[in-house]
Design a protein around this ligand. Structure first.
Ligand code: ADP
Length: 626
């Protein structure tokens, strides 16, 4: 019989399959079952209007048959079948569209992309089989045809007999090699688990004969082989059911099984969307961050199904980074497993879906924030840092999408507060949103400036997360109120009167202050008096946009060792130390020089910074002691 050659494009794909080093060869089964399901669909729909077909809904099925001895795996269906011409057209040619072009360069990454993301249809059989036979009888025909190929050098088609309408795809599984044990595809248990993994929700039963060894009744140790026909798939996806039909336990069980979590999710978001993009989605907000969440190993994404068939376990494009903690899946009616569709179309549909998924997550989180604050705070403890990153990253492009989901720890009862809540309860004379950054709430509370703000009756936000300050700088003013670091020099929360009196004191003592500034070299840019410190003698404030906390964060990053916040040493004009300094300036400038260094070291310690020269500090203290 004359061998026919594959069309050029088909051959390309075929070569890729035969020599595939793709690690998930198992997906061939998904592809064949998906084709079988489509073929059954076609005949089933026809049967709705054509009684001559003589099959009821329950008669349609897909069957796997294993003949391990001959290394044969058969995928059969009683679907629409193919005529000789269709065998020729469908299996000899893949090029229904030009979509193969995008993977013309045969790099490994490209290969994985194509196979993993979109499926490659029938030819994927050649990843695991060295010979493939297709016996098919089309609906309406008496005769059947046999298509055969061992890949590279073409295929043959000849007439044959087949009792029923439908298709058998018979794979001769490749011999095992040192690297690959193809025999796994002849193992009933393995096949059964592959069906569960990829094709559980195919709408028709996928059956297989299972032979197990069972004890013979009434005997001690006699066993016999029992063969039973099993249906391997559950057929109805949870997400395709109505919400009212699914219990909380079922959702939780599904979540934990599928996403390997030991804890129930904090929130389940189950929805069906129709319109431009038609899809069901089942999304979960976990109760805790996975151990690798804030590392580069973490991969975001939702599982993507097309009509119940798994396309990819993690489609990253479906989630924006700031919602990367969401787990779940999307099942679309509009996507196809089919490589012969233009990829651009996939992208367009995916983008539409991603947009609505994002909106849905946002609105559910907002609702949780206003209706179930306790759960929301738990959520925020786990994933708040990621939301703040969302504000900060991409140069703030997405800040509006996340801004109103942010919480900050506040000095009012030391609870969480939203910016909106903060602003709504600001006293009338308060001009800005005050915050301080530090390692812990306790340490921030020890700042001299914190006392001053609280004494005014103002609310203070505690920024204990390293990304906080960067995020709010990106956020900018809210409702006309700027965020002000209480440790920054322009954080004036005094009255006009107070400011006037401090100004006078500073002018009066200008020489003294300049002298101290000089003593401190480049540690500070200025020294001055203030009246905002309550009982505290000194503090350091930062000038310009860069705070000392930000300096600490930035310095821990590569290439930023020379970042420096510019600091001003402030001295409490109402503290006895102020008078002492005036006296020393008049009588003992040597001692004043030492006092300046001591006070600066104290201020650094109070502000949660390290002392730049601990040995010098120690020596100075001893000098005063003896
Ligand atoms: P597709 O992605 O279009 O399914 P395939 O290479 O898997 O690409 O299959 C090509 C075509 O062959 C299908 O579109 C279908 O028309 C036909 N086909 C494949 N398997 C079967 C089957 N089991 N029964 C009937 N037709 C089939």
């Amino acid at each position: 019989m004359r061998k026919k050659q594959f069309k050029a494009e088909s051959k390309k794909l075929l070569d890729m399959m035969i020599h595939s080093i793709y690690t998930h060869k198992e997906i061939f089964l998904r592809e064949l079952i998906s084709n079988a399901s489509d073929a059954v669909d076609k005949l089933y729909f026809r049967s709705l209007t054509d009684d001559s077909i003589g099959l009821n809904r329950g008669d349609f099925c897909i069957r796997l048959t294993v003949d391990a001895e001959h290394r044969l795996l058969t995928v059969s269906d009683n679907g629409i079948g193919m005529t000789a011409q269709e065998l020729e057209n469908n299996l000899g040619t893949i090029a229904k569209s030009g979509s193969l072009d995008f993977k013309n360069n045969n790099e490994q990454n490209e290969e994985i992309d194509v196979i993993g993301q979109f499926g490659v249809g029938f030819y994927s059989a050649f990843m695991v089989a060295d010979h493939v036979t297709v016996i098919s009888r089309a609906f309406g025909e008496e005769n059947a045809n046999r298509w055969e190929s061992d890949g590279a050098d073409g295929y043959t088609i000849e007439a044959c007999e087949k009792a029923n309408v439908g298709t058998d795809i018979i794979l001769h599984i490749k011999a095992d090699t040192e690297e690959e044990t193809y025999a796994e595809f002849l193992d009933s248990y393995r096949l059964s688990s592959l069906v569960k993994k990829y094709s559980d929700y195919i709408r028709y039963p996928i059956k297989m004969l299972f032979t197990t060894s069972k004890k013979v009744e009434g005997t001690e140790d006699e066993y016999e082989d029992v063969t039973e026909d099993r249906t391997l798939n559950s057929m109805i996806p949870l997400w395709k059911k109505n919400k009212s039909e699914v219990t909380a336990e079922e959702y939780n069980h599904f979540y934990k099984e599928k996403f390997f979590d030991y804890e129930d999710p904090l929130k389940v978001i189950h929805s069906k969307t129709e319109g431009q993009a038609t899809y069901s989605s089942l999304l979960f907000v976990p109760a805790h961050a996975p151990f690798d969440y804030y590392s580069k190993d973490f991969e975001k994404g939702l599982a993507l199904y097309s009509k119940g068939v798994l396309i990819t376990e993690k489609c990253a494009d479906l989630l924006p980074d700031y919602f990367s903690f969401v787990k779940g899946l999307v099942d679309s009616e509009d996507l196809s497993l089919n490589i012969s569709r233009e990829t651009l179309q996939h992208d367009y549909q995916l983008r539409l879906i991603a947009k609505t998924v994002e909106k849905k997550i946002k609105s559910e989180l907002s609702r949780m924030l206003s209706n179930d604050r306790e759960t929301y705070e738990k959520f925020f403890e786990a994933f708040g840092t990621q939301l703040k990153f969302g504000v900060y990253s991409n140069y703030g492009r997405d800040k509006d999408a996340v801004a109103d989901l942010l919480l900050f720890k506040s000095s009012f009862e030391e609870k969480y507060v939203t910016v909106e809540e903060y602003i709504s309860r600001m006293p009338e004379d308060q001009k800005a949103i005050y915050y301080a950054a530090g390692e812990t709430v306790d340490k921030i509370n020890m700042l001299p400036q914190a006392d001053a703000v609280k004494a005014k009756g103002y609310e203070l936000l505690y920024f204990t997360d390293y990304v906080d300050e960067f995020a709010i700088q990106m956020l900018g003013a809210q409702d006309g109120k700027a965020f002000v670091n209480i440790c920054a020099e322009d954080a004036d929360f005094g009255t006009e009167e107070e400011k006037e009196s401090v100004k006078a004191k500073n002018e009066e003592n200008k020489d003294l202050l300049d002298f101290m500034c000089e003593s401190l070299g480049d540690a500070v840019t200025a020294v001055r008096f203030t009246e905002n410190l309550g009982e505290h003698p000194v503090c350091l404030v930062s000038e310009g946009g860069l705070s000392s906390e930000m300096e600490r964060v930035l310095r821990s990053m590569p290439g930023a060792a020379d970042v420096k916040a510019s600091l001003v040493l402030e001295i409490n004009a109402n503290h006895p130390i102020a008078q002492k300094l005036v006296d020393l300036f008049a009588n003992d400038r040597d001692m004043l020089d030492k006092y300046a260094k001591l006070l600066n070291a104290q201020a650094r310690l109070i502000g949660g910074m390290t002392v730049e020269n601990p040995a010098q500090l120690s020596a100075l203290i001893c000098e005063l002691m003896i």
